[in-house]
Structures are given as C-alpha cells and as structure tokens.
Design a protein around this ligand. Structure first.
Ligand code: FES
Length: 513
C-alpha cells in the first residue's frame, strides 16, 4: 500500500457489530467519526437511545486521516474571518471552539481515553519576511478575540524563521485512538454498527427511516455526521472539497521542540509540523499541499513536496507514513451545523475546513442541545439555513464555476483504443470507449476492473488518484475505491459496474494478448 495514516497504524482498531436486522432508536446517526461518536455519546448521556451506522470502520473516514491538532483559532486565520464579519463573530468562534476543545479534554480525563492527548502551544511563523504582515495581523486579531497570543522568540522554533507568534494551552492527540476509545468507552443507550452502509433516508412527520445494507433503522431524528450531507443538498454548492497531505518521518535523533507549528513558506505556502511519539518511536509530521479533490494530475507529487521539505529543512529521509485527508471549505468561512430544514428531523454538520476535530465536537454539542430542547448560544452563528449572499458570493462563484468547467470538460468524447492496454499494473485511468467514460483499474495480477466513470451523485466524471488508488470526483468530492465502492462524499452508492463479460475486444485487453 502506498499510503497509510500514522493514526490508523498506531491505534487499536476495535470491532463493532454489523447490522443484520431492523432496529429502532430515538436518534440515528450516520457516520462513526468524531462528529458521529461524540453526538451519540452526548445524546446517550441524556437518556436518548442512539444508534451510529458507519459504512467503513469507526474513525476510518476523515477522522483517521486528520492532523490530530486541536486549537481555538481557524485554519484560514482570524484576520480573514474578521474581514468578512466583525469582532463579535471572532469572539464567538473562538469561544465556541474553546468549549469544544474542553469537551474533548474532559472526555479524555473522565473516560481515561488512551489517545496521547497533550496540551501544547500552537505557533504560527513566517519563514521569510514576505509573510510577516500575516503574522502581525493574526496577532492583532487574536488579541481582539480575547486570546492571549504573544510574539514568540524565533529561537524557540524548529527552523530559522523571520517572525513567530504563540498561543498557549492548545492541544494534540492521536485522532484514531481518540475516536476508537471514545466509541469503546462504557456507556448506556448507545449502539454502534460498522461495515453497514446507509443507502437512503426517508423522512416524514412521524420520524425517519434509514435504509441500510443490513436493515431499516427507525428513529425520531437522523444526524448526517458524514462530513458532507449525503444525496443532493443545496449546501453542496456552498462547499469546496479539498484534499491535503501528511507524512511522518522517523526522527529519533533530531532536536524538535514540543508544540504545533504552522508556517508560511515561499509564495505563502503553508506547511505545519509537530512531533509525535508512540511505542518508543519518535516521528515528525508534516502536513500541507491542499488541492481540490479529483483535480490533481499527480497526487503523489504533493507527498513528494512534503518529503523534499522534510529533507531540506531537517535532513529527514525515512518517511514511514504517507496519507491524505479530505476537508470541505465553507463559502462564508463558517461551518453549517443544525437542522437541515426548519421543521425537519434531519441534522447536518459540514464545512469544517481543516478544523474538523474541534468543529465536529462542537457540532455534536450543538445538535445534542437542539434535539433535547436545550438553548445553545451558537445556533444562529452556525445555522445551516443562513443566507449570506454577500459573504458567500466570492467563494460560491469560484467553486461553482469550477464545478461547471469540470462537468463540461468531461463530456464523452471519441474512443481511445490504446488506453486500456496503456494502463500499468496497480494504476487506473478514465478511458473513452464507445461513447462511455470508463474508470479502468488494472490490478497487480494484471486484471482489469471496469466501472462507469460517471459519479452517481450528480454525474460528473471521476479521476484517478494515484496516491490513494481511488476514483475521486472533482465536483463535490465523492470518492470511490479502485473497485468502485463509495468511500466518502455525498454519493450514496458505488460506481456502476461495467461488465463487458467476454466481449472486451482483444486489441484493448492486454490480458488476452
Ligand atoms: Fe457530486 Fe460527484 S460528488 S457529482
């Protein structure tokens, strides 16, 4: 396997049941990541019977591929948020995120979760004076938000920098250990089913029915803790799907300070780094290189950029883990959390950008409050039904022009006869064949696996991801395994299988040659 997340490889992976019959609950939650498991635990603690349905393994989607960093600021910088909103919004965002971070710490302590949680300083630096103004602005806006951010001594950073700032009392953990342990911790009223896929939600005045691969789940409410709403949802036009990359290098003999370090490098490129130690092994992690899902010609190249960075700046050459994770950027910079429609029974939680461990926990707190009728001070701020045309316009237009351009570019063209035989073992490509776009993957055993390249969500054409060995949709970020099974994103179902049976022409199939 070319990619493997450090978090998944250093966590206990518990087994939860698979669903094989019809069941009922007060609340049915789709998605067993940090958002889903936290929502279930909060509602269960208030006496509601909750059920979590996860299509893969608990934490196996986004949570197990995240950074593991917890902070009250945001990835886009507080200054950008301030420019769109005001000081009051800054204060509320920071305050709400701080409550979520404290919630995580409380669970870690109360439930004795073995997840390497540690309070740490969060640091931001400019490697050259080209980005010093960004550092100055962040310091100013952090102070406006009431945070005790300070100018930092450059000597305390792991590399030569121009200017740096620091914020104490942020945190880091192993996100896969955290979500697995949180799911496994004792508690009543909570059931988790994994390897069970929801295919559809039916909602009526009486309740919801989740139609799954193992039976129907009847409940009063449904929560889509799926990172992005499933099926068609107007929110998808307000979200930009991105992937970002991570590597972990063995670093047993390197001096590297404790803390989370986000840095601006040449041309404003942002790379973050931090230490992680587990089982007597010491690693330095590097995260960066975001791009739109399904729109990179060579995904491996992004991992190579991080690899080069680790070598050039720290002399690290032993890359032990490589992985990538997905995030959705909201058009007006704030996530969408709450009831999907005014009087509906389905809740959504999306648009967390790369700040999802904290926002996911905040979403759990807000949704649990709304379902139990408890007032929450942030309901309006993160309302998924809010209308912010001025604040959303720029990102809305650029993301949707991008979707339209992608869609038009991929209309079926002419046949490409050599394309099947050109695919190397272990790789995939989209092939035009008799007016169809085919997602063709050639296994290491030299067998061709053929699926339609048409995304079942809204019919864009998927692209091959040569790092993750997956089919990624450039429109709203649905992703499918090399065999076409849905992994994440808004699509409910798989890519449709193409069965040429034996009639794949010999000249197109080198297996037969
Ligand atoms: Fe929307 Fe593929 S994810 S068309």
């Amino acid at each position: 396997m070319f990619t493997q997340s450090i978090w998944k490889d250093t966590a206990p992976i518990y087994n939860f049941e698979t669903l094989y019959n019809d069941i009922s609950a007060d609340v049915a939650i789709i998605g067993g990541g940090v958002t889903g498991i936290s929502t279930a635990r909060l509602l269960a603690s208030k006496g509601l019977k909750t059920v979590v349905i996860e299509s893969l393994k608990v934490g196996g989607g986004t949570s197990g591929h995240s950074t593991g960093n917890l902070y009250v600021t945001i990835d886009k910088n507080l200054g950008v948020l301030h420019d769109k909103y005001d000081r009051d919004t800054l204060i509320k965002v920071v305050e709400s995120r701080s409550q979520a971070l404290n919630r995580i710490e409380s669970w870690v302590k109360e439930l004795l979760l073995d997840c390497d949680f540690k309070r740490q300083n969060w640091n931001l630096y400019s490697a050259t004076n080209e980005s010093d103004d960004k550092i100055a602005q962040e310091l100013e806006h952090a102070r406006q938000a009431g945070l005790g951010m300070k100018e930092a001594d450059p000597a305390l950073f792991p590399l030569k920098i121009s200017r740096g700032i620091t914020l104490a009392d942020q945190a880091q953990l192993n996100p896969m250990r955290y979500v697995q342990e949180l799911a496994k911790a004792p508690g009543e009223n909570m059931a988790i089913y994994e390897c069970t896929r929801v295919n559809e939600i039916e909602e009526s005045d009486e309740g919801v029915i989740l139609k799954t691969t193992g039976g129907n789940v009847h409940a009063d409410y449904a929560v889509m803790a799926t990172h992005v709403p499933k099926g068609f949802d107007l929110l998808q036009t307000l979200l930009g799907p991105y992937r970002e990359y991570g590597i972990a290098c063995r670093a047993d003999n390197i001096d590297f300070p404790e803390g989370i370090f986000w840095g601006y490098h040449q041309e404003g490129k942002k790379i973050s780094s931090r230490l992680y130690e587990r089982d007597g092994k010491r690693y330095i992690l590097f995260i960066g290189e975001p791009h739109k899902v399904g729109q990179s010609k060579d995904n491996r190249q992004h991992l190579q950029v991080l690899t080069d960075f680790a070598r050039e700046h720290y002399g690290l050459t032993e890359v032990v883990y490589r992985w990538s994770g997905q995030h959705y950027r909201p058009a007006d910079l704030l996530p969408y959390i709450g009831r999907r429609s005014q009087h509906g029974r389905t809740f959504v939680a999306t648009g967390f950008s790369t700040d999802g461990l904290v926002y996911g926990t905040l979403a759990a707190m807000m949704i649990a409050d709304e379902i139990t009728g408890t007032p929450n001070p942030y309901t309006e701020l993160y309302n998924p039904r809010r209308f912010t045309p001025v604040k959303s316009a720029k990102n809305f237009i650029s993301e949707n022009v991008n979707v339209a351009a992608t869609f038009l570019k991929d209309l079926p063209g002419g046949a490409d006869k050599d394309a099947f035989s050109d695919i190397k073992a272990g790789e995939g490509a989209v092939v035009n064949y008799e007016g169809q776009k085919i997602a063709a993957f050639r296994s290491t055993e030299n067998e061709l696996h053929l699926n339609s390249a048409v995304c079942p969500h809204l019919k864009c054409i998927v692209n091959w991801n040569n790092a993750e060995k997956s089919w990624d949709c450039p429109c709203h970020g649905s992703r499918f395994s090399k065999d076409g099974l849905v992994l994440e994103g808004p699509a409910w179902g798989n890519l449709s299988r193409i069965n040429f049976s034996d009639d794949l022409p010999e000249e197109l199939d080198r297996d037969k040659n």
